[in-house]
Ligand binder design. Structure first.
Ligand code: SF4
Ligand code: SF4
Length: 85
């Protein structure tokens, strides 16, 4: 699954520098996750690092973007191949 940041985000800037895929950026009002870049940290860490650092737990798995570990790993490999991460 790609992850999603909820509207309750307080723009604390904690998650953006921690994302190994550079999938997090500041949107119009709050931080956003690019689902095409988010591998749920598969390829780098055992669990999503953005969730670990968010002080108010406003990052969730996006129910509209369900992907299994294998798909996430394939996405990771493709991103490496395309020189995006
Ligand atoms: S789960 Fe990992 S790859 Fe996805 S946005 Fe969070 S830190 Fe980035
Ligand atoms: S760590 Fe949480 S509250 Fe802080 S900017 Fe990221 S999503 Fe928003």
């Amino acid at each position: 699954m790609a992850l999603k940041i909820l509207k309750s985000c307080i723009n604390c800037d904690m998650c953006e520098p921690e994302c190994p895929n550079k999938a997090i950026s500041l949107g119009d009002k709050i931080y956003e996750i690019d689902p095409d870049l988010c591998t749920e940290c598969v390829g780098f860490y055992d669990k999503p690092t953005c969730i670990s650092v968010c002080p108010i737990d406003c990052i969730i798995t996006d129910p509209e973007r369900i992907e299994d570990k294998e798909s996430l790993y394939q996405k990771f490999e493709q991103l490496v191949q395309d020189d995006k991460i």
